[in-house]
Design a protein around this ligand. Structure first.
Ligand code: FAD
Length: 471
């Protein structure tokens, strides 16, 4: 029988559950990718992320060809048109079974439900597998059988299960034998605004080497370096994990090969990195347990009452790195120019928008998504709700980051700031976090702080307190 493997955010052939399962059940397989530019616009997907997909697909196509699986590329406007695109492919190639890996976001689940129903009407089987987490959503539960709302007990249970399962990556499937002359290889052409993702290699071996090099050379110091944006101390694997060019199981297999005891050494760098992978899982599990998160709801319902203060002027200053707070501005320029931002800076800039400017977290969530090469709904929504104090296990609303002291602490000499804010290159270290206080600041082409942090902090705390009291 002929099967169809429908690729979405799992653009790899190693450790791909749907592909592996399909290869064990079918004699012949076809791979499919359907781009949906209008849907991506609606989801604010960044052009740089789409460019990464565009560059990766030919590699996926060639890898599949090397194991006897031809590849079909299609483009439709949005998810509504997906079922028809799949039905057409099924009809064209006499397919009896469609395989894919689950995506847990609300629109994606609806899309798959619709597709599954329409395929069932044609007597075509549809199988969706858990794949993008090491431990599938719904499996890490409290003693009462409920989803965890707090990270630390989630992690404890996750680690218990992980020790028992020790899941390891699935191999690439054995070569199949599709008569290629029956099918012309499709051209890959995606209609989306252009962007340049060349900074991110897409070749299998290069990505794997990045993982291996990180685990062998950097993970040991990860806990000490991970908060310093001027140090190249994190893995920079997030774009690959977001698009499934790499799986979290592959990451953990290498991590455990290098540091087999890391699960029992919570003070070490390897555990600290594992911890971040578990945060990634936590946010995905939350989406499944609380689907309202996908529909713009805050986790803490009382925060619906917060009186945000929309301001297109302040939002624009934040987006373009013109707030007068150097660590915030350097970070926002890094994002705009590269499509990536360091985690500590994501926390600082998100806190600044939601607390210092009291602008709704969704405006920030959307802007990040529209810029990030690693844009990922679960992690982005989770990160924003954490910083805005609207999420589960979030930063308490009365603990507001001070952007100046955050800069002093995590970029003491202003190395990161000077990399991205060329206009501050001559400012002495002493003033790099508050350039408006430098006696020579008159000659700087750089804005004064757009808000006074002390006052803004009090206002934010008062707004949150009122919202909570009134709930
Ligand atoms: P490393 O430090 O090397 O961590 C390894 C992997 O663990 C990452 O690649 C990522 O997949 C995962 N990870 C690390 N930190 C977190 C975290 N706090 N939450 C969830 N997963 C994590 N991450 C995204 O992948 N996509 C996003 O859209 C995204 N938006 C964010 C928005 C905000 C406001 C915040 C505070 C965080 C966001 N993160 C997001 C999480 C984190 O900032 C990035 O995953 C990390 O900076 C990526 O760099 P890295 O690959 O070097 O991470």
């Amino acid at each position: 029988q002929v099967g169809l493997v429908w690729f979405r955010s799992d653009l790899r052939i190693v450790d791909n559950t749907a592909l592996f399962e399909a290869a064990t059940r079918c004699d012949q397989l076809i791979g499919l990718y359907v781009s949906t530019p209008m849907q991506w616009h609606e989801h604010h997907i960044a052009p740089i992320q789409v460019d990464l997909i565009r560059r990766r697909l030919p590699i996926l196509r060639d890898q599949l060809a090397s194991i006897g699986i031809p590849f079909v590329f299609k483009e439709v406007a949005d998810f509504k048109q997906i079922p028809q695109a799949i039905l057409d492919t099924v009809k064209d190639h006499g397919i009896s079974h469609v395989f894919c890996n689950k995506q847990y976001e609300w629109n994606e689940l609806q899309r798959d439900d619709n597709t599954g129903h329409q395929l069932a009407e044609q007597q075509v089987k549809f199988s969706a597998f858990d794949d993008c987490c090491v431990i599938a959503p719904g499996k890490v539960l409290t003693k009462k059988g409920e989803a965890f709302k707090v990270f630390t007990p989630f992690r404890k249970e996750w680690l218990n299960l992980f020790r028992g399962l020790a899941p390891s990556p699935l191999p690439m499937p054995d070569s199949l034998n599709y008569p290629f002359e029956k099918l012309e290889q499709s051209d890959i052409s995606i209609t989306y605004p252009p962007a340049d993702s060349m900074r991110w290699p897409v070749e299998e071996e290069t990505i794997r080497q990045r993982l291996v090099t990180f685990c062998y050379e950097k993970v040991e110091d990860y806990h000490q370096h991970r908060d310093i944006p001027s140090i190249d101390g994190t893995s920079c694997l997030s774009p690959y994990l977001a698009l499934g060019m790499l799986s979290p199981r592959q990451c953990l297999a290498v991590l455990l090969a290098v540091s087999p005891m890391c699960m029992d050494e919570p003070e070490g760098g390897a555990f600290s990195w594992l911890n971040e992978i578990i945060w990634r899982e936590f946010y995905r599990h939350l989406l499944v347990a609380y689907p309202s998160l996908c529909r713009g709801q805050p986790f803490q319902q009382w925060t619906q009452n917060v009186k945000w203060q929309p301001s297109s002027e302040l939002l624009s200053a934040w987006q373009h790195g013109l707030t007068g707070y150097p660590i915030v501005d350097a970070a926002m320029r890094q994002l705009k120019q590269t499509g990536w931002m360091h985690n500590r800076l994501r926390m600082i800039t998100a806190s600044f928008l939601t607390k210092d400017l009291l602008i709704h977290w969704q405006a920030g969530e959307q802007w990040f998504m529209s810029q990030l090469v690693d844009g990922d709904f679960a992690s982005n929504n989770g990160g924003w709700q954490w910083a805005a104090s609207t999420g589960t296990d979030a930063q308490p609303y009365f603990r507001v980051f001070n952007p100046t002291t955050q800069g002093e602490r995590f970029d003491p000499k202003g190395e990161f700031i000077r990399t991205w804010l060329y206009e501050l290159k001559d400012v002495p270290d002493k003033y790099i976090h508050q350039p408006h206080l430098w006696p020579d600041s008159g000659k700087l082409n750089y804005p004064k702080p757009i808000v006074d942090h002390k006052q803004a902090r009090l206002l934010a705390i008062a707004s949150f307190k009122t919202a909570k009291d009134e709930y």
